[in-house]
Design a protein around this ligand. Sequence first.
Ligand SMILES: [Zn+2]
Ligand SMILES: [Zn+2]
Length: 137
Amino acid sequence: MIPSNCAVCGKIYLKISKPVCPDCARKELETVKRIRQYLKPKENRNAPIAQISKDLDIPIVYIEYLIKEKYFDVTRYPSMMYACKKCGAAITAGAYCMNCINELQQEIQQAKKPTQSDASKKGYDEDGDEHFYRSRL
Ligand SMILES: [Zn+2]
Ligand SMILES: [Zn+2]
Protein backbone atom coordinates (compact mmCIF):
# COMPACT_ATOMS: atom_id res chain seq x y z
CA MET A 1 0.00 0.00 0.00
CA ILE A 2 1.35 3.38 -1.05
CA PRO A 3 0.15 6.71 0.38
CA SER A 4 -1.48 8.49 -2.52
CA ASN A 5 -3.73 11.48 -3.26
CA CYS A 6 -7.38 10.68 -3.85
CA ALA A 7 -8.28 11.48 -7.47
CA VAL A 8 -11.57 13.02 -6.40
CA CYS A 9 -11.05 14.95 -3.16
CA GLY A 10 -7.24 15.05 -3.02
CA LYS A 11 -7.06 13.57 0.47
CA ILE A 12 -4.03 11.38 1.22
CA TYR A 13 -5.03 7.75 1.66
CA LEU A 14 -3.39 4.33 1.45
CA LYS A 15 -3.81 3.15 -2.09
CA ILE A 16 -4.96 -0.45 -2.49
CA SER A 17 -6.52 -0.71 -5.93
CA LYS A 18 -8.78 2.28 -6.32
CA PRO A 19 -7.61 5.74 -7.43
CA VAL A 20 -9.87 7.29 -4.76
CA CYS A 21 -10.02 7.27 -0.96
CA PRO A 22 -12.51 5.00 0.89
CA ASP A 23 -14.87 7.96 1.47
CA CYS A 24 -15.11 8.68 -2.24
CA ALA A 25 -15.21 4.97 -3.07
CA ARG A 26 -18.39 4.75 -1.00
CA LYS A 27 -19.91 7.29 -3.38
CA GLU A 28 -18.77 5.29 -6.41
CA LEU A 29 -22.24 4.14 -7.44
CA GLU A 30 -23.56 7.69 -7.11
CA THR A 31 -20.78 8.89 -9.38
CA VAL A 32 -21.58 6.14 -11.90
CA LYS A 33 -25.26 7.15 -11.77
CA ARG A 34 -24.36 10.78 -12.35
CA ILE A 35 -22.31 9.86 -15.42
CA ARG A 36 -25.04 7.57 -16.79
CA GLN A 37 -27.58 10.34 -16.25
CA TYR A 38 -25.31 12.75 -18.03
CA LEU A 39 -24.94 10.41 -21.01
CA LYS A 40 -28.67 9.78 -21.34
CA PRO A 41 -29.66 12.69 -23.61
CA LYS A 42 -28.82 12.00 -27.24
CA GLU A 43 -26.60 15.08 -27.52
CA ASN A 44 -24.38 13.83 -24.69
CA ARG A 45 -24.24 10.18 -25.73
CA ASN A 46 -20.91 10.64 -27.51
CA ALA A 47 -19.39 13.18 -25.15
CA PRO A 48 -15.65 12.56 -24.78
CA ILE A 49 -14.34 11.72 -21.32
CA ALA A 50 -12.63 15.12 -21.10
CA GLN A 51 -15.99 16.83 -21.48
CA ILE A 52 -17.73 14.56 -18.98
CA SER A 53 -14.91 15.27 -16.57
CA LYS A 54 -15.32 19.03 -17.02
CA ASP A 55 -19.12 19.12 -16.88
CA LEU A 56 -19.50 16.78 -13.90
CA ASP A 57 -16.29 17.75 -12.13
CA ILE A 58 -15.05 14.16 -11.97
CA PRO A 59 -11.31 13.56 -12.62
CA ILE A 60 -10.51 11.80 -15.90
CA VAL A 61 -8.43 9.14 -14.12
CA TYR A 62 -11.46 8.25 -12.03
CA ILE A 63 -13.76 8.02 -15.06
CA GLU A 64 -11.18 5.78 -16.74
CA TYR A 65 -11.06 3.65 -13.62
CA LEU A 66 -14.86 3.32 -13.62
CA ILE A 67 -14.76 2.24 -17.28
CA LYS A 68 -12.10 -0.34 -16.43
CA GLU A 69 -14.39 -1.59 -13.67
CA LYS A 70 -16.99 -2.15 -16.42
CA TYR A 71 -19.62 0.19 -15.04
CA PHE A 72 -20.44 1.31 -18.57
CA ASP A 73 -21.68 -0.81 -21.43
CA VAL A 74 -19.68 0.43 -24.41
CA THR A 75 -22.38 -0.65 -26.83
CA ARG A 76 -24.68 1.82 -25.08
CA TYR A 77 -22.09 4.43 -24.25
CA PRO A 78 -19.64 4.37 -27.16
CA SER A 79 -17.65 7.29 -25.81
CA MET A 80 -16.74 5.45 -22.61
CA MET A 81 -13.30 4.52 -23.86
CA TYR A 82 -9.86 5.72 -22.95
CA ALA A 83 -6.47 5.72 -24.62
CA CYS A 84 -4.11 2.76 -24.88
CA LYS A 85 -1.01 3.56 -22.81
CA LYS A 86 1.27 2.75 -25.73
CA CYS A 87 -0.34 3.90 -28.98
CA GLY A 88 -3.36 5.96 -27.87
CA ALA A 89 -6.00 3.77 -29.54
CA ALA A 90 -9.43 3.80 -27.88
CA ILE A 91 -9.90 0.88 -25.49
CA THR A 92 -12.40 -0.16 -22.83
CA ALA A 93 -10.42 -2.55 -20.66
CA GLY A 94 -6.89 -3.04 -19.36
CA ALA A 95 -4.05 -0.63 -20.12
CA TYR A 96 -3.23 -1.54 -23.74
CA CYS A 97 -5.10 -2.23 -26.96
CA MET A 98 -5.08 -5.73 -28.48
CA ASN A 99 -2.39 -4.75 -31.00
CA CYS A 100 -0.05 -3.51 -28.30
CA ILE A 101 -0.79 -6.54 -26.10
CA ASN A 102 0.24 -8.80 -28.99
CA GLU A 103 3.34 -6.73 -29.63
CA LEU A 104 4.30 -6.73 -25.96
CA GLN A 105 3.82 -10.49 -25.75
CA GLN A 106 6.05 -11.01 -28.76
CA GLU A 107 8.68 -8.72 -27.25
CA ILE A 108 8.57 -10.67 -24.01
CA GLN A 109 8.92 -13.98 -25.85
CA GLN A 110 11.79 -12.69 -27.92
CA ALA A 111 13.50 -11.33 -24.85
CA LYS A 112 13.11 -14.69 -23.14
CA LYS A 113 14.67 -16.84 -25.89
CA PRO A 114 18.35 -15.87 -25.68
CA THR A 115 18.45 -16.10 -21.88
CA GLN A 116 16.82 -19.52 -21.94
CA SER A 117 19.29 -21.00 -24.41
CA ASP A 118 22.16 -19.41 -22.50
CA ALA A 119 20.88 -20.66 -19.18
CA SER A 120 23.26 -23.63 -18.93
CA LYS A 121 26.32 -21.58 -19.80
CA LYS A 122 25.13 -18.69 -17.65
CA GLY A 123 25.13 -20.74 -14.47
CA TYR A 124 28.90 -20.95 -14.80
CA ASP A 125 29.36 -17.27 -15.54
CA GLU A 126 27.24 -16.23 -12.60
CA ASP A 127 29.26 -18.40 -10.26
CA GLY A 128 32.39 -16.87 -11.67
CA ASP A 129 31.05 -13.38 -11.12
CA GLU A 130 30.08 -14.20 -7.59
CA HIS A 131 33.62 -15.37 -6.77
CA PHE A 132 35.02 -12.37 -8.54
CA TYR A 133 32.96 -9.94 -6.45
CA ARG A 134 33.56 -11.84 -3.24
CA SER A 135 37.28 -11.78 -3.70
CA ARG A 136 37.12 -8.05 -4.26
CA LEU A 137 35.12 -7.36 -1.10
ZN1 LIG B 1 -11.56 11.11 -1.77
ZN1 LIG C 1 -2.10 0.31 -28.37
